[in-house]
Write a protein that binds this ligand. Structure first.
Ligand code: NAD
Length: 298
């Protein structure tokens, strides 16, 4: 299949490489010359603009962009993808954005006979490189079926979540819970530590008891408890505080639109915002334990 790919960053770059590896031909666009050069060296063609990419007889287009503003800029307007792509071509947006913006773009795409899916991912840059991402997909069943071979080249777990926007609903609801659970684990670990408990023993109790969750077991925020966790390497790598903050912002904003209370989600957002303001936005989000700790945990 001939595929257009826009947004060749930390996630999009490796995802595009996996499409090439699976035998698809690619036309790519990214304002970063460095990002496009890396793909051209592997056999991709480049386009000078989203419009040129869309006119390159592509059967499908995948986008992996930072924000909803980027997605709207790339898809809409006379120089955008929708105005220039051939009818019937499949559109897949894997960016993490708010469900309302995604549904707006999908409605315009569908109206002109371009099936569109939101297909946000989890699994991080490691999953993108290994081709083991989880895709949470929103859109019609027929578009989902059409997208299967492409998504299977980039991911392992591909879940149809319902109509347009529902992939993003799944993504932001899960990440809101993750943000909250990490704050809870951080509070519990800091409390146990200050009351004199060995952190490893406490984590062992939690992980065989009812407090157990991914934040306690796999990504425990206390240094040295889980050797493979970011906490045990100075909170480097992992899922950055800024990215968590972005996802919590999407969740609380969607909740505001729906007039739905997200009390703990909003509180978690404020805590990560405070931590980011202190200059720690690049650290893994588990470093939030330092907000509650008397010792400087590294
Ligand atoms: P990134 O900043 O590394 O990459 C974004 C890329 O988009 C850059 O190469 C940038 O040059 C390009 N871009 C900007 N404007 C463009 C335009 N008009 N046309 C084409 N390309 C354009 O970001 P990332 O980490 O790859 O994240 C992409 C999306 O994936 C975000 O929505 C993010 O929230 C989501 N996400 C990221 C991770 C992660 O671990 N990094 C995990 C899951 C989801």
């Amino acid at each position: 299949m001939h595929i257009g790919f826009l947004g060749l960053g930390n996630m999009g770059g490796p995802m595009a490489r996996n499409l090439l590896k699976a035998g698809h031909s690619l036309t790519v666009f990214d304002p970063s010359l460095q990002a496009t050069t890396a793909l051209v060296e592997l056999g991709a063609r480049t386009a000078a603009s989203p419009a040129e990419l869309a006119r390159d007889d592509v059967d499908a287009i995948v986008t992996m962009l930072p924000t909803a503003a980027h997605v709207k800029e790339v898809y809409l307007g006379t120089q955008g993808l929708l105005a220039n792509v051939k009818p019937g071509a499949l559109l897949i947006d894997s960016s993490t954005i708010d469900p309302l913006s995604s549904r707006e773009v999908a409605r315009l795409a569908t109206a002109q006979d371009n099936p569109m899916l939101d297909a946000p991912v989890s699994g991080g840059t490691g999953g993108a490189a290994a081709g083991t991402l989880t895709f949470m997909v929103g859109g019609t069943a027929s578009a989902f079926d059409q997208a299967q071979p492409l998504l299977a080249a980039m991911g392992k777990n591909i879940v149809h979540c319902g109509d347009n926007g529902n992939g993003l609903v799944a993504k932001i609801a899960n990440n809101m819970l993750l943000g909250i659970s990490m704050v809870g684990v951080a509070e519990a670990m800091a409390l146990g530590h200050v009351l004199g408990m060995d952190a490893k023993v406490l984590a062992g109790i939690i992980n065989t008891s009812s407090g157990r969750c991914w934040s306690s077991e796999i990504n425990n925020p206390f240094p040295g408890v889980v050797e493979s966790a970011p906490a045990s390497r100075g909170y480097s790598g992992g899922f950055g505080t800024e990215l968590m903050l972005k996802d919590l912002g999407l969740a609380t904003e969607a909740a505001r639109h729906a007039k739905q209370p997200v009390v703990l989600g909003a509180a978690a957002q404020q805590l990560y915002q405070t931590f980011s303001l202190q200059g720690h936005g690049n650290l893994d989000f588990s470093a939030i334990i330092n907000l509650f700790s008397r010792d400087d945990l590294q």
